[in-house]
Design a protein. Structure first.
Length: 278
C-alpha cells in the first residue's frame, strides 16, 4: 500500500500522571521535549492537553499559547491539534484556546459514558465549538466514541456546520463505551466511506487496545494515533519509556505493511491544511 500513514501522538491527556508512568510529560517544557522526540520518530500531529501547576487538566489559553509557541519552534511544520475535551473545562471554557488558531482541534459531536461518568456534549455546545472552529479556520478532528457520532458529523458537514473534508477518529476501548471490536471497526470505516467519501479517518485504542487499533488502521489504509494519553505501557509488564517509543511501534507496523510514514508536508496536504504552522 503506497498511501502515506499520518501518525498522531497524544502526548499527555487529562488523566495519566507520573505515578502511572514517570515518562508522562506534565509541564510545558516536558511536553515540548516529549513532542519533539515523537516528531523526530515520525509523528506529524501532536494532540495536546495542558495541566495547571498542580498537574490537573485545564483549558487555560495562556498555557496552550506557551505550548503552541514551543512546538512551533522545536517541531517545525508539525500539525498542532488542541483538545476541547470535557475533563479540562466546562461549557465555553472548552473552546477558549481556539482563538490561538491551531491547525486542528478535537471535537466530540455527541455524548457517551466515559468511563464512570457521562462525557456531556450537548448540541448547543457542539454547535458553538464547531462555529468557533469555522470562525478561526481550525480543522476539527471528529472524535467518534459511538456510531451515532459518525452520522452526526456527516449531518453537520452537509448543512455547513463543519468544513470538509473531515478528519474522523474512532475511539475504542474506553470503559463502558465502545470496546475494541473488529466488526464494529470495519462498519465504522464502511459508514465513513458511505456518508463522507472525501474524509480521512484514523482510530485511537485505549490501554492494551492501542497497538491493536494501530495495526488495524495501518493495514486498512487509515491513519493511526498513539501516545501516553491513551496508554502508558509498551506491553503488559513494561511501562513505555516515552511517547517516541509508542510512535516507533507504528512506524514498525508501517514497515511491516509497506506503508510510508507521512511527512508533515504530506499530512498537511492530505488534511487540506496550510503548508506550515507559522
Amino acid at each position: 500500500m503506497t498511501k502515506p500513514c499520518i501518525l498522531c501522538v497524544a502526548i499527555t491527556g487529562s488523566l495519566p500522571t507520573k505515578a502511572n508512568n514517570p515518562a508522562v510529560p506534565i509541564t510545558i517544557a516536558e511536553q515540548i521535549e516529549s513532542t519533539q522526540a515523537a516528531f523526530e520518530a515520525g509523528a506529524s500531529i501532536a494532540h495536546c492537553h495542558v495541566r495547571d501547576d498542580e498537574g490537573k487538566p485545564t483549558s487555560d489559553p495562556d498555557r496552550f499559547a506557551r505550548l503552541v509557541e514551543g512546538l512551533k519552534t522545536h517541531c517545525p511544520g508539525m500539525i498542532i491539534q488542541l483538545s476541547t475535551g470535557g475533563r479540562s473545562g466546562a461549557g465555553a471554557a472548552r473552546g477558549g484556546m481556539l482563538p490561538l488558531r491551531p491547525d486542528m482541534a478535537s471535537l466530540s459531536v455527541g455524548s457517551n459514558n466515559f468511563p464512570t461518568r457521562v462525557y456531556e456534549n450537548p448540541p448547543d455546545l457542539v454547535d458553538w465549538l464547531a462555529s468557533e472552529m469555522l470562525k478561526y479556520n481550525v480543522k476539527p478532528e471528529i472524535e467518534c466514541f459511538d456510531l451515532s457520532h459518525i452520522v452526526q458529523a456527516a449531518s453537520m458537514a452537509r448543512d455547513g456546520r463543519l468544513a470538509t473534508p473531515l478528519y474522523v477518529q474512532f475511539v475504542m476501548g474506553v470503559k463502558n463505551a465502545m470496546p475494541v471490536d473488529r466488526p464494529t471497526f470495519d462498519f465504522y470505516i464502511e459508514t465513513v466511506k458511505r456518508l463522507m467519501p472525501s474524509a480521512e479517518w484514523c482510530a485511537a485504542g485505549i490501554g492494551p487496545g492501542q497497538i491493536v487499533l494501530n495495526e488495524w488502521c495501518v493495514a486498512s489504509g487509515g491513519h493511526a494515533r498513539t501516545g501516553l494519553e491513551d496508554n502508558v505501557r509498551i506491553d503488559k509488564h513494561t511501562l513505555a519509556p516515552s511517547n517516541a517509543a509508542l510512535v516507533k511501534r507504528i512506524t514498525d507496523l508501517c514497515e511491516k505493511y509497506e506503508r510510508p510514514v507521512a511527512t508533515v508536508t504530506e499530512a498537511r496536504a492530505m488534511l487540506g491544511l496550510k503548508k506550515n504552522n507559522t
